[in-house]
Design a protein around this ligand. Structure first.
Ligand SMILES: [Fe+2]
Length: 180
């Protein structure tokens, strides 16, 4: 019998919960892959859908010699759009935070402000939005992420690698959190 209210739980209950929670880590890679697949068909006016955009961003990062944390972050940086566009960078950063080094999660968190240099003027927003992150932990990396990989990755004619290529990296990255 387990408890029905927290104030009646016991140390033995919490031993069991801790054990089963660690076992549940095993489903995370498949959940992430499922969320990525669900981005297929979300086009919203762009030349490629959000799955291809993430794959292309990751392909460019990998071909530029980026390390595994950056490649998986490139693949997943817009994964929040599987649910909704507003606040999607924070959703993606929160998903990545336990699994990649801190500065990489930060790059994802702020990526839209860095992207803004390339299109915010069309929306009447400040193209210099990235300047407010000058004192952040990885400003040059965030510039490279946005300017070289993310903002360039809406090209249907680019030789984008398929999700299967990145699947081993997704499985190893999300196998277990590095930080709880
Ligand atoms: Fe993007």
């Amino acid at each position: 019998m387990t408890f029905t209210r927290l104030d009646r739980s016991t140390p033995a209950d919490w031993d069991r919960i801790a054990h089963e929670s660690v076992e549940a880590w095993a489903i995370v890679p498949d959940r992430i892959l499922g969320m990525l697949r669900s981005l297929a068909g979300i086009t919203t006016g762009f030349a490629v859908d959000q799955l291809v955009h993430g794959l292309q961003t990751a392909t460019r990062a990998e071909r530029a010699g980026a390390d595994d944390d950056l490649v998986v972050a490139a693949l997943c940086h817009d994964i929040g759009k599987a649910i909704s566009e507003p606040n999607h960078p924070a959703v993606a950063a929160a998903l990545l935070t336990p699994y990649v080094r801190e500065e990489v999660a930060w790059v994802v968190l702020v990526h839209q402000d860095f992207q803004g240099r390339h299109y915010y003027a069309h929306l009447g927003k400040d193209p210099s939005a990235r300047d407010r992150h000058r004192d952040g932990p990885a400003y040059p990396l965030a510039e490279r992420f946005a300017d070289e990989w993310d903002q360039a990755s809406f090209d249907p004619d680019y030789a984008t690698l398929p999700l299967e290529h990145f699947e081993p990296l997704v499985r190893s990255t999300f196998a277990a959190p590095r930080r709880l």
